[in-house]
Write a protein that binds this ligand. Sequence first.
Ligand code: SAH
Length: 398
Amino acid sequence: MLDLIPAHAEPPTVKISSRGAKRLKDGHVWVYRSDAVSAESVAPGALVRVSDERGRFLGTALYSSASQIAVRMISREAVEDFDQLLRARLREAAAYREKVVSDSNAYRVAFGEGDLLPGLIVDRYNDLLSLQILTQAIDADPVRSAVLSEISALFEPSGIVERVDARVRELEKLPPRSSGLLQGQKSSTVFTMNGVQFEFDALAGQKTGAFLDQRENYAAAARYAYGEALDVFCYHGGFALHLAPKCSHVTGVDSSRPALEVADQNSALNHREVEWIEANAFDLLRDYADAGKKYDTIVLDPPAFAKTKSSLPTALRGYKELNLRALKMLRPGGVLVTCSCSYHVGAAEFLGVVAEAARDARRSLRILESRTQAKDHPILLNVPETAYLKCLILTVSS
Ligand code: SAH
């Protein structure tokens, strides 16, 4: 189905509506299916020329026959050789990380659109690489081979693992595939960020290896944390382990037992004492707040509550409730680190929810830092979907 496009063949053209063309002129890189006016005979995953309705050339893109996002731009120019472009982009992405990542051998090497590599995610965990393929174009065999050969040459990893998102493959009408090793023998390792070590097992049942996007926020939170700390939605202990040296006692809470087992291994690995509690965060916060428990530092890093636009009102209520409960438990002078990874909740909206929670809790809050995702998850201006993580660090002044 997904044949190799001969390097010098003329790619097919997808014509797009004036609304689609305007979107591209405004700097976005996606064209929705409803704006693709002529694409009937284009093969799934093909490299295409994009033109407006009058035939004016707008750039080169990757086409999907299934996704609502029919066209993902890769260049404003004609692309003669996609293999070469892909390899060059991967080299650029790796070189960019050399500049912006410090104190870590784990980071995102390629972040889809943020690296002008739509459909491709590559993470590095020390000597292992983990790959996620999200589109028909990147799933094509020759493209997979080019990605593998380039990242092998760049990092000389001991193993490359593919992490499959079954739902994405279904939406892209790609045949099912299982996660597994693509290259090498090794699928688990230990990585280090900000001087903290973490176990990583690429083939364990967990959906995600680690939340690399919080790397800079872990270090920032640790700069302000003190006293008794509570890390809510702690997963493998990213925040808790960073806070431990600064705090007299740290408790991590998560509803997933397998996640807490890894968290416990991580605390042993780092000789950092953390108390891990398996609980539903909403119930635990309510019980603790009712019991009059107090903390000096609280971290809230829940999963994305708003996965779609329609779930926004429910999501906002969830964020408000969590923040309200946490604020009631903070001692004067205490620190709240509160995050949202829902793209559909904008930065201003999230700040608004926290402000409402502060008002209802009758607390005065100061913003210490208003932060976002780590720089290895680059935010592309004019492509708002590349910016998703909010992390506010606040202090309670009374
Ligand atoms: N702070 C973590 C990432 C959190 S991801 C880090 O930096 O690594 C969200 C976590 O919330 C997951 O580990 C998931 O198991 C947990 N979770 C989801 N719903 C929950 C709930 N209702 N109560 C407690 N934990 C929950």
